[in-house]
Each structure stands twice: as structure tokens, then as C-alpha cells.
Design a protein around this ligand. Structure first.
Ligand code: GLN
Length: 499
């Protein structure tokens, strides 16, 4: 097979690219150069915040050597880009914050290291909301590659719209074919929602399956890493490399051996019971999103699945519960950014307290400050019982509701987000922004695996994602259901115009 490198390489996706690399029809260096060139020619999208040809090509040469020697790992030479929330030794890490300007990690995050062991070549770092707080990627405080000042990340389906967040750069890199795949993190929906807004596939595994070591912490009891790629098959390949216990470095990583998530992709869906929560289809759901989700559900019925009405009665409470617990944990996690240990320090100050105050006032953006204030408030004496403790109790009930639902069904399906991607600059009210997370937060609070699968297009040709939620450790089943849908539809391989 001869490839037209200029047009074809970036359309292949992980599985096919890996096969070509193994067959030596393309070299790791060629693949890396191709994607680096695309990252530059599409830098107006604002997806990348760091690239470094020397580092990437050195990694690619090492993979070519392994391929030549017959010692290559399964994903040898496959380029990948990482959300800038994962620390990396060879690239700067900012978490999209001024606070970490100039920071260099002395080590790689476990997820980054595992993907490198699997043969992946790092293309660079991707834009995100500051400390992963947000749903539009408009909270980034760093300038993307090619710019001197921060820029909004643009949705390749409509440059006037947000890509979603917080893993917005990751979703854009995959949607615009600037990387075959990317890592993301999901605390309350940050893999699923941008995947939905940009028409790519993304999965957040069960909490604890992927190590959090080297993932800059937002809300530790919720944060989880996962892959974003074009297809469920590609996500399965990447997730197999990313997961697995990391007991010495992440005490919440689960003692569950790594799994090959590709083996059950093609299983039949005959008799699969898909739970449809009424609460995910209420008044706030836009008509075009509903239509695409309904069509995907019909497709599942054709594939032999049965739709079962279920109830997740505390869905609405997931918003206040999450926006108490996540800021509470964030306020504690972010206390380490004190001007002494990492990154930014105010240039002028009078004494130690003044140095802390000025450093944090200068280093953090508005949304991060808002969350630190909410978190500090709900943890303070007198309010802890009224807010934090109550929220913890309801979190447990939300998890119990899912267990009751999984008595009646094998998977749960619904929309990822109430609407398609918003206009840039249109989400000015933080509370209405928070409310838009309503469908992703329940699975996050329960620690369940969830994914977004391209399910069609709404008004203005904007992508719509279908959310699939599984019980604990049901990643293989989620990927199987997503793969079968993708064999029956072509939404995941459509390319935005001009890309
Ligand atoms: N949009 C949610 C928030 O702002 C989720 C973020 C995330 O998952 N990192 O907190």
C-alpha cells in the first residue's frame, strides 16, 4: 500500500496507523513529522500549548529503532498529545495557569510513562481550562503555540464556538486531525463533554483504574485520566496501555490488573439492556441533541439491544453536590501553590504572608479563585456540617441510585450535554455554566466509567455525543457498545470542513 502522506496519514486513527508502522509502510519519524506539520498549519485553533520537534523526533527515532530490531511495543511510533495537566519531563507543564509558568517537572506522569512504554511518541502538550476547571476551555491563561497571548481554543466544526472543556485542546487535536489521539482528564465531565462538542470518542474509566500520579490535582476523589480518539477501537487500544495499578505512587489506584480492552469490541449486543434515565431527557435538553440521541438509541435497538426505562432520581442534586465537593478538594489541593515550591512567585512583597497573597492573586485566574473561595467556605467551621458533610451523604445516595438502576440494565445511555457547543464568550454566568454539567456529574460522583460516542449532528452541523455509563469495571462493555454503534454509523469518521 502506498500512502499519500500529505493527505492520508492523519485520517488513519491509532489502530490503522499502528499497523502501518509495524508493517514499516510508514516510519515513526514520518508520522511524527506529518502531525507536527499539521499542528503548525492549524495553530490558529489554539489546541497545542507546547511542541518541540527535537524531543518528538528523538522519541520517534527510538521507536523506529525498536521496530527495526523487532522489539517494538504494540503502539510503536503512534503519535499522541497530552493534556497539559499531565506532568512531563521533556515538555513544560502549565495546567493552563500563570501559576505554573516556567515549571518543568522532573518526572513523567504514570499515564504518560505507560503510553511511552507502549510505544507512543509525544507530539506536545494540549490546551485546557486552568487546573481543569471549566467546560469551555475559555479559562486557559496560557498562549497557545504561535501566539503571544492567551487565545480561546476554537471548535473545528465552527470556529466561533467553544470546543468544550476542560480537555478542549485534546478534543480539538483529535477532531482536527492534529494528533491521532490525546489524553484527557475527567473530574466532572471533562473528557466526555469536549468529546461530544467536537465529535470525537472519549472514555473516562472507573475511578482508580488509571493512576493519578503526575496528574495535577483538581479534585482528587473525582479526577480520572482517559483517552480521546476518533473511534472506540482506538480508545480501547490506548486505555489498555493507560490503566493498571500504581500502588507506590497513587494510593487510590485500584489493585486491578491491566486489561486488554480490545478483545470484546465486536461482541454481539443481542439482549443488552440499555437503561434510559428519564431525568436525562427533561426540559433542559435541546431538541436537536435529543433527536440525535434518540436516533442512536434506535440504532441500538436494531443491533439487538433493549431499552429499559430507569430512574436516577438525584440527578439534579449532582450539580450542587459536585460544586461543593470539587471546590472543597480543589481549595486543599491548590494550597501547595504558594510561591515557594512551584512556578510563579510575586516579584515584590513585604513579608511571607504578603508573598503568599500576591503570588496567588497574580497566579490564579478568576474561575480558580472562585472555586478556592467556595471550597474554603464549605469546609469552614460551622458550614462544614451544613454543606460539605451533606454533599458527601448525597454523593453516596447518587452512587446507590446507580446500583439500583444496574439491577435492571447493563448500561445506561443518554445525552452528554444539554446542548451542542456554545458560541465563544456566551457562557458568562458561572452558575448556568455549572448547570450544563448535569448529565456528566452523576457518573463522576459515583466513580463509574462513562464515555461519549459521536451520535450525529444537531443544528448548524454541530456534533452531538451519546453518553454511555457502565457499572464499575465495565469499560470493555462500554467500548463494545460504542464500537458496534460505530460499525453501523459514520459520525466518528466525518471531518470538519477545512480540516
Ligand atoms: N466542567 C466541570 C467543572 O468545571 C468539569 C471539569 C472537569 O471534569 N475537569 O468542574
Amino acid at each position: 500500500m502506498t500512502m499519500n502522506h500529505n493527505t492520508d496519514l492523519h485520517d488513519l486513527g491509532v489502530a490503522r496507523l499502528a499497523a502501518l508502522l509495524r508493517g514499516k509502510q510508514v516510519s515513526a519519524v514520518e508520522a511524527a513529522q506529518h502531525f507536527l506539520a499539521r499542528a503548525r498549519s492549524h495553530q490558529g485553533l489554539g489546541a497545542y500549548v507546547a511542541i518541540n520537534d527535537d524531543v518528538t523526533l528523538a522519541q520517534a527515532r527510538a521507536q523506529d529503532a525498536a521496530l527495526a530490531a523487532g522489539t517494538a511495543a504494540p503502539l510503536a511510533g503512534v503519535p499522541i498529545a497530552h493534556k497539559d495537566i499531565f506532568v512531563t519531563r521533556d515538555f513544560p507543564t502549565t495546567a493552563a495557569s500563570r501559576m505554573l509558568a516556567g515549571y518543568r517537572s522532573p518526572f513523567d506522569a504514570t499515564v504518560v510513562a505507560r503510553l511511552a512504554e507502549a510505544g507512543c511518541v509525544t507530539l506536545g502538550k494540549l490546551n485546557c481550562d486552568e487546573f481543569a476547571m471549566g467546560g469551555t476551555n475559555e479559562n486557559s491563561a496560557v498562549a497557545p503555540v504561535g501566539f503571544d497571548v492567551p487565545q480561546p481554543v476554537r471548535n473545528p466544526w465552527d470556529g466561533a464556538r467553544v470546543p468544550g472543556g476542560s480537555s478542549g485542546g485534546s478534543a480539538v487535536a483529535v477532531a482536527a486531525r492534529l494528533a491521532p489521539a490525546a489524553t484527557g482528564t475527567d473530574t466532572g465531565g471533562s473528557i466526555r463533554q469536549p468529546a461530544s462538542f467536537c465529535g470525537v470518542t472519549g472514555i473516562k474509566p472507573t475511578y482508580g483504574r488509571a493512576s493519578r500520579y503526575g496528574m495535577i490535582a483538581f479534585a482528587s476523589s473525582l479526577d480520572q485520566a482517559g483517552p480521546m480518539a476518533r473511534s472506540a477501537e482506538d480508545c480501547a487500544l490506548l486505555l489498555s496501555a493507560m490503566c493498571g495499578p500504581d500502588p507506590d505512587r497513587d494510593s487510590t489506584s485500584l489493585d486491578r490488573p491491566a486489561e486488554d480492552f480490545t478483545t470484546r469490541l465486536s461482541d454481539s449486543l443481542e439482549g443488552l439492556r440499555i437503561g434510559i434515565p428519564a431525568e436525562f431527557f427533561g426540559d433542559g435538553l435541546a431538541g436537536d441533541v435529543r433527536a440525535a440521541v434518540d436516533a442512536a438509541l434506535k440504532e441500538y435497538e436494531k443491533l439487538g439491544a433493549r431499552l429499559v426505562p430507569i430512574a436516577l432520581p438525584r440527578t439534579e442534586l449532582s450539580v450542587p453536590v459536585y460544586y461543593i465537593l470539587a471546590p472543597a478538594e480543589a481549595s486543599s489541593n491548590l494550597s501547595r501553590f504558594d510561591g515557594v515550591r512551584y512556578g510563579h512567585r510575586a516579584a515584590q512583597y513585604t513579608d511571607l504572608l504578603d508573598m503568599y497573597k500576591k503570588t496567588r492573586a497574580q497566579g490564579f485566574g478568576d474561575e480558580v479563585k472562585r472555586r478556592i473561595m467556595i471550597g474554603t467556605y464549605v469546609l469552614s467551621e460551622g458550614y462544614y456540617d451544613a454543606y460539605y458533610l451533606q454533599a458527601q451523604k448525597i454523593r453516596r445516595m447518587i452512587a446507590d441510585d446507580f446500583q439500583a438502576a444496574f439491577q435492571q440494565c447493563d448500561l445506561i445511555a443518554g445525552p452528554v450535554a444539554p446542548t451542542t457547543a456554545w458560541q465563544l464568550g456566551s457562557q458568562t454566568d458561572p452558575v448556568s455554566n455549572y448547570l450544563a454539567d448535569i448529565y456528566t456529574l452523576p457518573a463522576s460522583l459515583a466513580g463509574l466509567p462513562g464515555m461519549s460516542v459521536p451520535a450525529g449532528f444537531g443544528a448548524g452541523g454541530l456534533p452531538v455525543g451519546l453518553q454511555l455509563i457502565g457499572n464499575y469495571f465495565a469499560e470493555a462493555r462500554l467500548l463494545n457498545a460504542a464500537h458496534r454503534l460505530q460499525q453501523a454509523t459514520d459520525f466518528h469518521i466525518r471531518t470538519p470542513q477545512g480540516i
